[in-house]
Ligand binder design. Structure first.
Ligand code: URA
Length: 294
C-alpha cells in the first residue's frame, strides 16, 4: 500500500472533514486514518493534520466516497414555556423539534433554556460556531427580560453588577436595567456572558427575588425581534456571518485589574477578564486567532 502525506495547507484537517460528513467522530476518523483506510485522490493518508479541500479533493473511507459536506444551517426559534430545549425528551414532553419543520431537525440547539423559560434559542449544524457561542472564552452575551417578585433595590443591582457568589462559584459582573414595575412585581433586563444552569434564576434568588417569567431576547449578535412565540426562522446571511466571525475573535487576555470596594482602603486585586460590553460580530480585530479545532 503506497502511504503518502499531502502538503499541509490552510485547508481543513482531514479528520475533521471525515467527522463533519457524519461518517464517524473525529477521534474515530483519526483511527481510520491510522489504519490506512482513508485515501485522498487515490493515495492513502495516515498523517494527522493533513489538510484537504473537501470541495476539490476526492476523499474515500474504505473505498467509499464521503458524502458532500452539509452546508451550514443557522436558525433561531422563539421557545415557549412548556417545551424542552432539546430535540428529544425521555419524558416525552414537547420539544423544540415540534416547532421546526422536518428539514431543520438536522440542526441542534446551542445551549439551553429552562422548560419554563421563553425566547431566543439558536440552532445550527455548525459545531465550531456552537462551541464558540458556549465557550466562556468568547464572552457571548445573553440578555434576558425577567419578571421578578418585588422591586429591585440599588443594593441588589450593585451586587448583580459586581458579581456575586453562587454555590458553584462567583459570577462575572452582569448588566442590569430596570424596565417597569407591575404592582408588587417588576420587569428587569439582565445581561450575562456565562451560561451556567439556571444562572439568572439563581442570581436573582441570591439577591432575594423569585423569578416569575424569563425570556431570552438577545444571544450574542442575534436579536429575537418580533419573531412570534413558537415560530422559527433561518438566520440572514448577515446574522450567520456575525456568528462565524466569533471564530476569529482574539482570545480574551487575563489582566490584573483592581476591584474597588465601597469602604475606603479596601481595594483588592483580582484576576478579571476584560468584559466586552457588546458583541462586535462583524468587526475584524487586530491579532486574530482561530478557535482551536479539538
Ligand atoms: N437562566 C435561567 O435561570 N434559566 C434559563 O432558562 C436561562 C438562563
Amino acid at each position: 500500500m503506497g502511504m503518502t502525506s499531502l502538503q499541509p495547507s490552510t485547508e481543513i484537517r482531514l479528520q475533521k472533514v471525515i467527522a463533519q460528513s457524519g461518517v464517524t467522530s473525529r477521534r474515530q476518523a483519526e483511527l481510520l486514518m491510522k489504519q490506512g483506510r482513508v485515501t485522498v485522490n487515490g493515495k492513502t493518508v495516515t498523517i494527522m493534520g493533513t489538510c484537504v479541500d473537501p470541495k476539490r479533493d476526492h476523499i474515500k473511507v474504505d473505498g467509499r466516497h464521503l458524502k458532500p459536506q452539509a452546508p451550514d444551517v443557522f436558525m433561531m426559534v422563539n421557545k415557549p414555556a412548556g417545551y424542552v430545549s432539546t430535540m428529544k425528551d425521555p419524558q416525552d414532553r414537547s420539544t423544540i423539534a415540534d416547532l421546526l419543520d422536518k428539514k431543520s431537525v438536522r440542526t441542534f440547539p446551542v445551549g439551553r433554556l429552562d422548560y419554563d423559560s421563553e425566547g431566543l434559542l439558536l440552532l445550527t449544524n455548525n459545531g465550531d460556531v456552537a462551541q464558540a457561542c458556549l465557550h466562556p472564552r468568547f464572552h457571548v452575551e445573553k440578555t434576558y427580560l425577567v419578571k421578578i417578585k418585588g422591586h429591585l433595590l440599588e443594593d441588589a443591582i450593585q451586587k448583580l453588577e459586581q458579581g456575586l457568589t453562587l454555590e458553584d462559584g462567583p459570577t462575572a459582573p452582569a448588566r442590569v436595567r430596570k424596565v417597569r414595575k407591575v404592582a408588587i412585581n417588576s420587569w428587569i433586563e439582565l445581561t450575562i456572558h456565562e451560561g451556567r444552569n439556571h444562572q439568572v434564576k439563581r442570581m436573582l434568588q441570591a439577591v432575594g427575588h423569585l423569578v416569575l417569567k424569563l425570556k431570552r431576547t438577545k444571544f450574542g449578535p442575534l436579536n429575537l425581534g418580533n419573531l412570534p412565540l413558537g415560530n422559527s426562522r433561518h438566520l440572514t446571511d448577515r446574522e450567520a456571518n456575525a456568528l462565524r466571525a466569533l471564530l476569529h475573535e482574539p482570545s480574551e487576555p487575563l489582566v490584573e485589574s483592581p476591584v474597588i470596594n465601597k469602604k475606603p482602603g479596601w481595594a483588592k486585586s483580582t484576576k478579571k477578564r476584560i468584559v466586552k460590553h457588546s458583541s462586535r460580530p462583524n468587526q475584524q480585530r487586530g491579532s486574530q486567532k482561530r478557535l482551536r479545532r479539538s
